[in-house]
Design a protein around this ligand. Structure first.
Ligand SMILES: *[C@@H]1O[C@H](CO)[C@@H](O)[C@H](O)[C@H]1NC(C)=O
Length: 428
């Protein structure tokens, strides 16, 4: 529903904007941490992080996002995860934030997750303090929302998609809960200029000049990062908000993928595990040796499905592993500081006000002529079907996914390494 604004009905666009608005609400809530200066001066939060696989059915299920009935899963580019962050005051409120490698959250999924949390933990986690957000990848299994509009192209509700989300979210929250330990949170902000462009620049020009003059760019370029530090183990994770659509993979892609944000999260978790605290990245993410994969959108390629599946094998896909072992209380007390029990680093790349932001930063072009689409109508010879955005790896959408993911990853590492402003105050 999101590659270019005119392609789909306003109903779909409304859905996108509403989910982005919800995310803003939660950004505001979490930032309350920052703005309401409390009496407590030192860290005194408990923080807990978790991560669990939510890849779901990898064949024969329609994908969520483009509303394209022909986009049916037939394999995996890389696996999807639910990443959870819990922040609690020792004797007070707590918040849970879950970031899904999925197109968006779902009210029905949230209701079921909270039912399970209530059965397990009583009133600790409820609809008042659990937020579940999606990265807006357009390459995850669909059919897990209860509203008709969202399950038209999947021809109804898909139980497998739904169950894997509820199970995975619950397990990642359990892990985060089990991992709760004293720690601190730091915030850092910066601009990332080359990972998103306005997908409707002509529409943007209809904003009053006086309003436009307040902003340097026609989309929001700011990344805001929260860094989580365990009092004894040091950094244990981070998440950041940055606005860019999960549409580096095109509407014809059939491999399950976390798109650019899912890729960024994996890059950052791998970076931390391999390099440790505070190091800068090495340039090991180059695509050397990987041949270009040409998107199905390209008119030159008629059926490269088999080729895509073969090439997908270039991407290593280690099986899911828990963020931490969950030892007994006695073991935890005995070996509180043993590195074996150190939780794995969890890094989430969260979506924010992405409504008009495309990761296809080269602009929109006609597949027949190769010329830019009509600026005011996003059409090619009067038709919108031929107008597509191009990512920086064009015509290889896997490469575009990697590049836009890597740009977010590098900015996040920079913000992570320099985050020094500590969050204080109450949690609400
Ligand atoms: C787009 O529309 C505006 C307003 O009608 C017009 O001034 C402008 O010339 C058009 N631009 C192009 C490239 O067609």
């Amino acid at each position: 529903m999101c590659l270019s604004a005119m392609e789909f009905s306003s109903r779909f666009n409304l859905g996108v904007r509403r989910s982005c608005a919800t995310i803003w609400l939660w950004m505001a809530l979490v930032l309350l941490l920052h703005n309401s200066r409390g009496v407590v001066s030192d860290s005194k939060y408990s923080i807990g992080l978790g991560s669990y696989d939510i890849t779901g059915p990898a064949a024969d299920v329609n994908m969520m996002g483009y509303a394209n009935t022909e986009q049916i899963a037939s394999g995996i580019h890389f696996r999807l995860r639910a990443r959870t962050f819990i922040v609690a005051e020792p004797e007070g409120n707590r918040v849970v934030f879950v970031n899904l490698d999925a197109c968006m959250g779902s009210q029905l999924v949230t209701i079921k997750v909270i039912e399970r949390l209530k059965a397990r933990y009583g009133d600790l986690y409820t609809e008042k303090n659990v937020a579940i957000s999606g990265i807006h990848t357009h390459s995850g299994p669909g059919g897990y929302l209860q509203y008709v509009t969202y399950i038209v192209t999947s021809l109804g509700f898909v139980r497998q998609s739904f169950d894997i989300l509820v199970d995975g979210i619950e397990k990642s929250i359990i892990q985060a809960h089990e991992n709760l330990r004293p720690g601190s949170i730091f915030v850092s902000k910066g601009q990332l200029l080359d990972a998103g462009v306005n997908r409707s620049p002509s529409a943007y020009l209809y904003n009053p000049a006086a309003e436009r003059s307040k902003y340097k760019y026609d989309v929001d370029k700011e990344m805001t990062l929260l860094k989580f530090e365990d009092d004894e183990w040091g950094p244990v994770g981070s998440f950041n908000w940055f606005a860019t659509h999960g549409t580096s993979m095109s509407r014809t892609n059939s491999l399950i993928s976390g798109d650019n944000k899912g890729a960024a999260a994996r890059f950052m978790e791998d970076w931390f595990e391999q390099n440790g605290i505070g190091s800068s990245y090495s340039d090991k993410f180059g695509a050397d040796g990987i041949p270009w994969r040409v998107s199905n959108i390209s008119p030159d390629v008629h059926d490269n499905h088999h080729e895509l599946l073969e090439l997908a094998a270039f991407f290593q896909s280690p099986p899911g592993r828990p963020a931490a072992s969950i030892p007994s209380v006695a073991t935890r007390v005995r070996s509180a500081l043993r590195q074996d029990n150190k939780p794995a680093f969890v890094s989430a790349f969260c979506q924010s006000n992405c409504g008009d932001v495309s990761p296809n930063v080269l602009g929109a072009f006609c597949t027949d002529t190769g010329l830019p689409c009509d600026f005011n109508h996003s059409t090619c010879g009067g038709k919108n079907e031929l107008c597509y955005g191009r990512g920086p790896g064009y015509p290889d959408e896997f490469e575009s996914t990697r590049i836009i993911g890597e740009r977010q990853f590098r900015k996040a590492v920079e913000l992570f390494n320099k985050a020094s402003e500590q969050l204080e105050g109450k949690v609400d």
